[in-house]
Design a protein around this ligand. Structure first.
Ligand code: SAH
Ligand code: SF4
Length: 386
């Protein structure tokens, strides 16, 4: 099941041209030096792309910081006849929550696939929620992305480009800039391991966007080999594991990946992660009325997490077309939280507003493709209920 850990597909490379957004700083430097430029030009170009967010060849050629050799390189190597492209994600639609705090972008990739990026701004601390795959192979029954199946992995550049889009949107609205990233959009990040890690290294590079690695949370359905690889490679990113069930039978009914990686294996991998990082791990629990939201479920979850430094995020279900379930109501959710607290497990109950109501993982895309074939137009923001 699923896509092998570490598989990177790169639709751009088929035509022989590479996206500049796929290149790490060392790779970009290597390319320029091979073409006879001095390494300093790589710093200038990397900063123009990843910090100043230049989106076109023309913007790069007009960049005041570029010396003639770099300008000539850009003129000859980007676009028609050149070895590189600077592809941008096209905004197909934008939805603003009625409280104005959440903005959801539907973005079209070069081959027409559409993914979601969500921008959340609570008390001035902006967070972007990124997609890592078009679709997902893991088939979680309540998830709109899982219901659409797997299409393909995103490239590093397509993941980086989502961050650029979010940062540009914030700059345009006079915001303070991005502080946090969460990989909780469409797709399973650890099934696209290499591209995800390359993209995160790029956005953390101090010569570009310079985001802090401790503010980037990777959410996984529990791909054990990917978690262990993160530990072995000492990846510094906080980890969130989507549990939703505390016995193999209950979990696997919601999350088929539970059959491939049973809870004892998953919990061992989580313990390795917390030991290696000396940090805690986040566990996500989608609250579904009558399925996994009783005090007994909470007690079993508390027992499962005993001894693991953890924090549980409780997310009331966003109903989806393909799943016949409803969200746990407030009282039951509070009781669930109380039982966890008695077991010594801290938790947060996510508010059902903005993104939480109408824009869960993959839902905007699902809604749009159901009601209205995706068009080329950029739509003006509209409100969703909260
Ligand atoms: N594939 C990764 C990251 C993307 S999904 C993962 O599964 O962790 C991010 C989170 O949204 C997961 O915890 C997932 O279970 C949750 N989620 C997906 N669909 C949802 C829905 N309809 N309602 C509530 N939570 C949902
Ligand atoms: Fe994939 Fe995550 Fe959705 Fe499961 S919840 S189908 S792993 S995106």
């Amino acid at each position: 099941m699923g896509t092998p850990v570490g598989n990177v597909s790169s639709p751009d490379s088929a035509g022989g041209e590479r996206s500049l957004l796929d290149l790490s700083f060392p790779e970009l430097e290597q390319e320029l030096v091979a073409d006879g430029l001095r390494p300093i030009h790589a710093q200038t170009l990397f900063r123009a792309i990843h910090h100043d967010l230049a989106t076109t060849k023309e913007a790069l050629e007009a960049h005041p910081g570029f010396l003639p050799p770099l300008r000539r390189w850009v003129g000859g190597q980007i676009g028609t006849g050149g070895r590189f492209t600077l592809p941008q994600l096209e905004v197909v639609s934008e939805v603003l929550s009625s409280d104005g705090l959440t903005r959801k972008l539907l973005l079209r990739l070069a081959d027409g696939q559409v993914v979601e990026t969500v921008l959340m701004g609570f008390s001035g601390r902006h967070t972007a929620c990124l997609s890592t795959q078009a679709g997902c192979a893991m088939g979680c029954v309540f998830c709109a992305t899982g219901q659409m199946g797997f299409v393909r992995n995103l490239t590093p550049g397509e993941i980086v480009s989502q961050v650029h889009r979010a940062q540009s949107a914030l700059r345009a609205s006079g915001g303070t800039g991005l502080r946090n990233l969460v990989l909780m959009g469409m797709g399973e990040p650890l099934n696209n391991y290499d591209a995800v890690m390359a993209a995160l290294e790029c956005v953390c590079d101090s010569r570009g966007l310079n985001l802090g690695s401790s503010r980037i949370t990777i959410s996984t359905v529990g791909v054990v080999p990917g978690i262990l690889r993160m530990v072995a490679e000492r990846r510094p990113y906080p980890l969130a594991v989507s549990l939703h069930g505390s016995t193999d039978a209950e979990r696997s009914a919601l999350v088929p990946a539970g059959r491939r990686w049973p809870l004892d294996e998953l919990m061992d991998a989580c313990r390795e992660y917390t030991t290696a990082t000396e940090g805690r791990i986040f566990f996500e629990w989608t609250l579904i009325a009558g399925r996994n939201d009783s005090p007994e479920h909470a007690a079993r979850l508390g027992a499962l997490l005993r001894g693991i430094p953890s924090h549980v995020n409780l997310i009331p279900l966003n109903p989806t077309q393909g799943f016949d379930g409803t969200a746990t109501q407030g009282g039951a959710a509070k009781r669930f939280q109380e039982v966890l607290k008695e077991a010594g497990i801290p938790s947060t109950l996510r508010q059902r507003r903005g993104i939480d109501v109408a824009a869960g993982c993959g839902q905007l895309r699902a809604e749009r493709t159901r009601t209205d074939p995706v068009t080329n137009s950029t739509r003006s923001p509209r409100s969703v209920s909260s």
